[in-house]
Design a protein around this ligand. Structure first.
Ligand code: FAD
Ligand code: SF4
Length: 475
């Protein structure tokens, strides 16, 4: 008999659009047990193959059904250092859940919804954090004397640090910003990833002996060669894709037009929504336009509408996107949440020009309507402008969220490091080693914009290669 999927609870949409508290509530124990009981414990489970870090999903779900939550926690931690983070932000519908037998055509379970693997992972991760469960570092490993530098504290850097620290290797993570976490802290808003959860997972690395040095930009404060001279045997680069792209249309330099990175960083990292209690302000428009269709655009729009509510301004935030909702790269859940919270969507529209007032502030946006043409290189149908379809909307604040490129601070001063035409670091895909011996890389600086778990998958591969490299060096 088919068992009904357990629906995850979410906060009331009107209330949640007025603050930064978490929207999606976790499973209770009873709900987790009910959802875990739906898993049929396949003989040959497909779910693990869909997980970029290869979590033994069948086993940890089986342990939940036996109420062995600690066992489930350690099963996940064998492969993933950050279950509470991934359980919240992973696009599971494109990964493990997509591979689950419940989604496969021809399976007797196919008409039922895939197991809520990510919600169960979150339940177990939060249990482990609450109970203070901790993975221990190896004590008498022959690599324990080695020292490795990790540059960047986003998911790639954190994951690589965790993997190596478990072997007793001394890890120092250098982070350019004043706080650690990368996009997890400055990009993804707290209503999707509460900061106490992020802090707990980073603390678990500190307990493994990982040292963090914030406010240290490698490439400015010190160079890669200097790290080697200081005694680091290997270096991992997890620099991310922190440089925003713009459309290059007239008026894009007007005041009150932000890149999504700046807008989100001001709020998520610098707490601009608490100004003047915090030192960093952010402008809040009456008519806000967010341009783009990815996760970043959804986050920016959902932050924008919260700022309007919190400042007593009638909600008026609209996403402008060139294609239709089907082609939007954002997670379906984020699109639904944005809509529920009152964000409007203008689809099949192409911004043409920002128009400013006499003081140089944006006051409106001119755009054209589009239709979908032939598929382009990405496989998505290309937007084609409909002649004479131009229209103008009021817009006193715009956020451009159309993509991010490689952060070049370090690569531009490291000529031996080979990069591709986008500025991404070139690596051997088997080992993640760069053109410099002993320097490895992973995450968005290698593949361009990806996901948290993909960055972690690359970092794990690099960590395994670093261990191999150190092994040989010490032999
Ligand atoms: P980053 O997270 O960018 O971290 C890089 C770190 O390196 C930064 O802290 C940076 O300050 C530091 N750094 C860079 N250069 C130097 C230097 N020279 N010296 C010292 N430090 C340096 N993915 C998902 O899976 N789910 C989501 O819901 C999701 N939402 C997203 C929302 C937003 C707004 C954005 C921007 C991205 C989102 N992503 C999401 C994508 C995901 O966050 C990234 O793929 C992931 O963070 C990449 O990890 P990373 O470690 O490579 O880089
Ligand atoms: Fe359970 Fe789905 Fe994995 Fe099968 S594929 S073991 S049903 S989660």
């Amino acid at each position: 008999m088919k068992k009904e999927p357990v629906k995850i609870k979410e906060r009331d949409k009107a209330a949640r659009a007025r603050d930064f508290a978490e929207v999606v509530q976790g499973f209770s124990e009873e709900e987790a047990l009910r959802e875990a009981a739906r898993c049929i414990q396949c003989k040959e489970p497909k779910c693990t193959g869909g997980c970029p870090v290869g979590i033994d999903i069948k086993s940890f779900i089986g342990q939940i059904t036996k109420k062995d939550y600690a066992g489930a926690y350690f099963t996940i931690r064998q492969k993933n250092n950050f279950p509470s983070i991934c359980g919240r932000v992973c696009p599971a519908e494109y990964q493990c859940r997509k591979a689950c037998v419940f989604t496969k055509k021809g399976s007797p379970f196919a008409s039922n919804e895939a197991i809520g693997i990510h919600f169960l992972e979150r339940f177990v991760g939060d249990f482990g954090a609450k109970e203070g469960l901790q993975v221990k570092a190896a004590k008498d490993d022959k690599l324990s004397g080695a020292k490795v530098a990790v540059v960047g504290s986003g998911p790639a850097g954190l994951c690589c640090a965790g993997e190596l620290a478990r072997r007793g290797i001394k890890i120092v993570v250098f982070e350019g910003l004043h706080k650690t976490g990368g996009v997890l802290r400055y990009g993804i808003p707290p209503f999707r990833l509460p900061r106490d959860i992020l802090d707990l997972e980073i603390d678990s690395l500190k307990k493994l002996g990982v040292e963090f040095r914030a406010n240290t930009i490698i490439g400015r404060v010190k160079l890669v060669d200097e790290l080697f001279s200081e005694g680091f045997s290997a270096i991992f680069l997890g620099l991310g894709a922190g440089i925003p792209s713009f459309m290059g249309i007239p008026g894009e330099n007007l005041c009150n037009i932000y890149s999504a990175n700046e807008f989100l960083t001001r709020v998520n990292l610098m707490s601009a929504h608490k100004f003047p209690a915090s030192h960093t302000p952010v402008n809040v428009g009456r008519h806000i336009v967010v341009i783009g269709g990815g996760n970043t655009a959804m986050d920016a729009a959902r932050v924008a509408i919260r700022l309007q509510h919190m400042n007593g301004i009638a909600a008026d935030t609209t996403i402008f996107y060139r294609r239709t909702e089907t082609e939007m790269p954002a997670r379906r859940l984020e699109i639904e949440h944005a809509k529920e919270e009152g964000v409007r969507f203008e689809l099949l529209v192409k911004p043409e020009e920002f128009i400013g007032d006499e003081k140089g502030f944006v006051k409106s946006l001119r755009a054209s309507r589009c239709k979908l043409g032939e598929a382009d290189a990405s496989g998505r149908r290309r937007p084609v402008v409909i002649p004479e379809s131009s229209f103008t909307v009021d817009c006193d604040l715009a956020v451009v969220a159309i993509g991010l490129g490689a952060n070049k601070i370090l690569t531009s001063v490291t000529p031996q490091l080979v990069v591709d035409k986008y500025g991404d670091v070139t690596v051997d895909p088997e080992t993640m080693e760069t053109s410099i011996k002993g320097v490895f890389a992973g995450g968005d600086i290698v593949g361009g914009e990806g996901t948290v778990i993909e960055a972690m998958g690359m970092a794990k591969k690099a960590a395994a290669a670093i261990i191999n490299f150190l092994d040989k060096k010490m032999a």
